[in-house]
Ligand binder design. Structure first.
Ligand code: ADP
Ligand code: 5GP
Length: 184
């Protein structure tokens, strides 16, 4: 199951909620060359590697998909990560940017359900990014500038669009979508 959105729209919030509720799920830990934020730990939220190491892995064709989301800041899904989770017989939960989500859906086809989380408005997205308190002013400006073009790219390209307005409503809708998908 693939969750995508511009950053700040609520992917992590929704994905963490589903991970608590559904033991069938395991979170796909992406590799990234960005620095850990706050309490993030290597091998938990991400595999933190250098940009050089990332390029080396690209050359080895080690990724299902990857993006240079911002300059020199790579994010990608390792083939070994997919194998690790499938070996346990679990359903993979992806939290990736919109291009990554689109590419993962193309790669997995009918095996996957892609969900686009849509913020109620750009103003609300900005408030949430500020409220999260994890990004510098510069990073917030960068993320907001990207958000509009990401939404434009993504609308109409995912199996389901889920508006994240009132959080409890979003959770209930995400659970209904999940129940439907995992019972297939
Ligand atoms: P993403 O993973 O897409 O970058 P997050 O899940 O980190 O986004 O959410 C960004 C911020 O917005 C967090 O502080 C989160 O607690 C808050 N948030 C998420 N969904 C809602 C919502 N429906 N209403 C209010 N705040 C929300
Ligand atoms: P953050 O720095 O906030 O953790 O993530 C920045 C963006 O990169 C988010 O939109 C996040 O979903 C995305 N991202 C995380 N992992 C991957 C991945 O494996 N592939 C792609 N394409 N994007 C990812």
């Amino acid at each position: 199951m693939i969750f995508s959105a511009p950053s700040g729209a609520g992917k992590s919030t929704v994905v963490n909620h589903l991970l608590k509720l559904y033991p069938q799920f395991e979170f796909s830990i992406s590799a990234t060359s960005r620095e850990p934020r706050g309490e993030e730990k290597d091998g938990v939220e991400y595999y933190f590697i250098t940009a050089d190491k990332f390029r080396e892995l690209i050359a080895q064709d080690a990724f299902v998909e990857y993006e240079e989301v911002y300059e020199n800041r790579f994010y990608g899904t390792l083939k070994s990560e997919v194998g690790r989770i499938w070996a346990k017989g679990k359903v993979i939960l992806f939290d990736v940017d919109v291009k990554g989500g689109y590419n993962l859906k193309k790669y997995f086809g009918d095996k996957a359900l892609s969900v686009l989380i849509v913020p109620p408005s750009m103003e609300v997205l900005e408030q949430r990014l500020r409220g999260r308190g994890t990004d510098s002013e510069e990073a917030i400006t960068e993320r907001l500038a990207k958000a509009a073009s990401e939404l434009e790219f993504a609308l109409g390209k995912f199996d389901i669009e889920l508006e994240n307005d009132v959080l409890e409503d979003t959770f209930r809708k995400a659970e209904a979508i999940t129940d439907n998908f995992i019972s297939l």
